[in-house]
Design a protein around this ligand. Structure first.
Ligand SMILES: Cc1cc2nc3c(=O)[nH]c(=O)nc-3n(C[C@H](O)[C@H](O)[C@H](O)COP(=O)(O)OP(=O)(O)OC[C@H]3O[C@@H](n4cnc5c(N)ncnc54)[C@H](O)[C@@H]3O)c2cc1C
Length: 441
């Protein structure tokens, strides 16, 4: 049996899809894969639910997303976690141009423009709300939710099973500390306790999500060009515990997105756990370095400031959530490329090193299919240039401009610390008996 050695660093979306498709592509030979799985609460994969949608202003991205959606709907591996509940989307005046571009792309693909909704119909779908004027509401009947925790666990188990069946393959719960290199090749991956995995004869695939640039920096390896670099970009999400009545009402109901502001994802399980994400991303350039570093900011003033904003948003747009408890603040990160297309490329200076990342807050939906591109790249087959290493001036794929960082954490935190509302919340919290929740909507 011939073998080819692979080392995959990171077992989130990009790492697991890579592993899955490598096992499929090499079914007749040993894949000889070592996966390094090191999970952190700030990773985009550690989530309860994700949205699967096809609407993008860019035609090519829309086709890609439609292909991924088809696999979610038809492949039993994925279908069991897929919930076709639809989504109500609100576009403000500054974002409605995006909707027109989406409508244009839909027409080109032979689909209908998105159906506009009046306030009465919205009330029927997500309950009565105090909706402000100036918003255009549309109904995305074909959007879906994924029960994400279960899905990621199942993917991880599936890849582990492939490892067991494939002589020499294994998944190790270990962090890669850095890569050693010599003569234009990565020669070893350094693990905790000074252990090393020899890599000279392996393909090394770095799929470490928002930590990619930090790992390259620690390894003394050149970064991708600025416009293709997966810049660690953070935001906050809030876990809600709904009461029984709310769980019955919202479970199976559509998600609700207010473009550029916030997103509500109803429970995907009967536990009544839902999620609000605030769309207000930032970088974290801690020092003089030009890189951005993912860190846990869930206890920051900015996090509290954002939580209080989200509470007001929910009270206005989803009054049915009144009384729901905010039980945790999540500080999340994703790698964001300037074009919002992932980087799937060999490193030009190291013949056995590839980078797969830069999900740009929209690649969970590509879990079933993205690995196909990675397999092609490793076989030196051409990929669409937008995945490539080289800078591109083409920003037409920048489909979600509101997900690009709006500032740097340090500056935003200093502002939030001055907010009297945040100071009052901290005082109140310090003086009262601990609740098992942070805030009530
Ligand atoms: C709050 C939030 C909501 C989102 N919602 C959606 C959505 O609704 N729909 C959608 O399509 N997309 C969504 N996304 C985007 C999607 O989740 C990401 O694009 C995708 O997960 C990126 O995959 P990744 O493999 O690059 O990173 P990850 O999935 O995080 O995987 C990287 C993994 O590598 C590990 N790692 C890091 N460093 C090392 C190391 N040195 N050694 C070993 N392992 C390491 C990390 O801990 C992690 O497990 C969302 C993202 C966030 C944050």
């Amino acid at each position: 049996m011939s073998t080819k050695k692979h080392i995959v660093i990171g077992c989130g979306v990009c790492g697991l899809t890579t592993a899955l498709h490598l096992f499929r592509a090499h079914s007749s030979i040993s894949t000889n894969m070592t996966l390094l799985s090191h999970h952190q609460p700030q990773e985009p994969s550690d989530d309860i639910s994700k949205i699967i949608r096809i609407d993008y202003p860019n035609l090519r991205r829309m086709k890609e997303a439609a292909y991924a959606k088809e696999v979610w709907e038809t492949d039993q591996c994925f279908r069991q976690f897929y919930q076709p509940v639809g989504r109500v989307v609100a576009y403000g005046e500054e974002d409605v141009e995006t909707l027109y571009r989406i409508d244009g792309a839909r027409l080109q693909l032979g689909m209908q423009k998105r159906e506009r909704l009046d306030h009465q119909t919205i009330a029927k779908i997500i309950g009565p709300a105090n909706l402000p004027p100036g918003l255009t509401f549309v109904w995305n009947d074909d959007d879906s939710l994924v029960e994400w925790k279960g899905c990621m666990q199942a993917m991880q188990d599936l890849v582990k099973r492939h490892c067991e069946e494939d002589d020499g393959s294994k998944m190790l719960e270990l962090q890669a500390l850095k890569l050693l290199h010599e003569g234009g090749r990565v020669c070893a991956v350094v693990l905790p306790n000074e252990e090393q995995i020899q890599a000279t004869d392996a393909e090394v695939i770095v799929a470490a999500g928002p930590w990619i640039t930090e790992l390259l920096e620690k390894s003394g390896i050149a970064q991708p060009p600025a416009s293709r670099s997966p810049v660690a970009t953070g935001l906050f999400a809030f876990t809600l515990q709904l009461n029984e009545e709310q769980t019955l009402f919202f479970k199976g109901k559509p998600a609700f997105s207010h473009i550029g502001y916030a997103e509500f994802l109803p429970p995907t399980k009967s536990d009544g756990i839902a999620k609000i994400t605030c769309i207000s991303p930032f970088t974290n350039t801690e020092s003089s370095s030009s890189l951005s570093y993912p860190r846990d900011f869930s206890g920051s003033s900015l996090a509290i400031d954002t939580m209080l904003k989200m509470k007001r948003w929910a009270q206005k747009f989803l009054p049915g959530l009144g009384g729901a408890k905010i039980i945790s603040i999540r500080s999340y990160w994703d790698g964001m490329t300037q074009t919002q297309t992932p980087l799937i490329s060999r490193h030009p200076q190291y013949r056995n090193l590839s980078i797969v990342g830069g999900g740009s807050y929209n690649r969970a939906k590509d879990l079933p299919v993205l690995g196909e591109e990675v397999v092609k790249m490793l076989a030196d087959e051409p990929l669409h240039p937008s995945y490539g290493w080289h800078p591109s001036d083409d920003l037409s794929n920048q489909d979600q401009p509101r997900l690009l960082a709006r500032g740097d954490f340090g500056d935003l935190e200093r502002e939030a610390e001055k907010n009297p509302e945040v100071q009052a919340w901290r005082l109140k919290r310090a003086s009262r008996i601990e609740h098992d929740y942070l805030e009530e909507i």
